[in-house]
Ligand binder design. Structure first.
Ligand SMILES: [Zn+2]
Length: 264
């Protein structure tokens, strides 16, 4: 018997014809006005086809580039690290960070820098692998741990963004596994058959196993940050509060109801 612990598609998509906020970088690029500025962060050369967008200014930024041979007039390749971007404040209408945050040494600094160089109401596209997903686990096993040096879950990444920036989530999706990096899979062989069999077996236990391997986010820069930090919850009145670590001894007093709570 198949165990269906995942969500039914009709529950997730009650209105398949409904319009949604833009999410994919292709959508976000198309919405830009003529003369807008885009930062292709960690581009390696190019994340998208620059020739398709001659009316926007594109800054392609990385610490190293695969190839710089072809460069349209509206594109500038800039050497720079994500945690110290070589741009002035409020420069960009859109930043694209497509599967790069898992490579960054200092992702929190990179987020702060993205916020700094983003114009108010600018859009921030981010794609990350789910470190708990089977695809990223396979990648780390296959390619070693030195490439994806950061591991994120949905909650971990969203909290980091909301703690360190004023970016607010506009839309997101679970992005399914593609195993595009797994070259052996593309050739017919014993390895592919074994891999397919293993995945199909696991999918019977968890139907979501391939669907939640990556996450795509579209954020927008607003004025204020969105994360609220709480550490304790009163067992008498249920009101949560934040108590500095050094103040927590054997008990703590609730500001709301005045009762003393034991430290847990
Ligand atoms: Zn209380």
């Amino acid at each position: 018997m198949m165990l269906n612990r995942g969500y039914q598609i009709p529950e997730i998509y009650p209105d398949p014809s409904g319009r949604r906020s833009s999410l994919f970088f292709g959508e976000l690029l198309k919405e830009l006005k003529k003369g807008s500025c885009v930062l292709d962060l960690g581009s390696g050369g190019s994340t998208f086809n620059y020739d398709d967008f001659p009316d926007i200014r594109i800054y392609s930024c990385d610490v190293q580039f695969r190839s710089l041979a072809k460069r349209p007039r509206n594109v500038l390749h800039v050497f720079g690290s994500a945690d110290k971007l070589p741009f002035i404040h409020n420069s960009f209408d859109l930043i694209i960070a497509n599967f790069v945050f898992e490579h960054f040494m200092r992702p929190m600094d990179a987020l702060s820098e993205c916020e700094r160089v983003m114009k108010p109401n600018g859009h921030f596209y981010v794609a990350i692998p789910n470190s708990k997903g089977i695809e990223d686990r396979c990648y780390r096993f296959w390619k070693g741990r030195y490439d994806h040096i950061q591991g994120y879950t949905f909650h971990h990444f969203l909290r980091m963004v909301y703690c360190h920036t004023s970016f607010k989530l506009q839309s997101f999706c679970d992005y399914p596994a593609g195993f595009t990096w797994f070259d052996c899979l593309k050739k017919y062989g014993v390895l592919q058959k074994m891999f397919s069999f293993s995945i199909k077996t696991l999918k019977r236990l968890d139907p979501d196993i391939l669907r939640t391997c990556n996450f795509l986010f579209s954020f927008r820069k607003e004025e204020l940050r969105g994360y609220h930090f709480l550490t304790h919850n009163c067992m008498y009145c249920g009101v949560a509060t934040t108590i500095p670590w050094e103040e927590e001894l054997r008990s703590w007093k609730c500001d709301m109801c005045g009762k003393s709570n034991p430290s847990l």
